[in-house]
Design a protein around this ligand. Structure first.
Ligand SMILES: [Fe+2]
Length: 123
């Protein structure tokens, strides 16, 4: 079964989709099953920083030191999720942006997607 808010990626075309309603475990793209993105956490951090950090109650930064924003290596999006998972807030980034997001509500957890290193979460 897919679960709400899970992310899946097509290894062929690079499509990334997010589940908005749970259902059968059979998301298909380009004729093949999509791969569920597995969230990495703080225990996997190495030299480069990916885990979203709450700078304060209204701002998130990717990494304790900001993650690079280069054409070949950058953060594609940041997403904050409320504890009850009823509120989701997503910012899509351009390479000219800082890897940060201002928040409009009270969020306690966040994820981000690096085009090279994949999905990372604060929890
Ligand atoms: Fe990265």
């Amino acid at each position: 079964m897919t679960e709400c808010l899970e992310l899946y990626r097509c290894e062929i075309c690079g499509n990334i989709v997010q589940v908005m309603h749970k259902g059968a475990d059979a998301l298909v793209c380009c004729g093949k099953p999509m791969d569920k993105l597995i969230q990495h956490g703080i225990e996997e951090e190495k030299q480069e920083k990916h885990v979203p950090v709450f700078l304060n109650e209204r701002e998130i930064q990717v990494g304790s030191e900001p993650h690079p924003m280069l054409e070949e290596h950058h953060i594609e999006f940041i997403q904050a999720v409320s504890d009850d998972k009823k509120h989701v807030y997503t910012k899509f980034l351009d390479i000219a942006d800082e890897p940060k997001m201002k928040l409009n509500n009270d969020y306690k957890q966040a994820i981000e997607y690096c085009n090279i290193h994949g999905l990372w979460g604060s929890k």
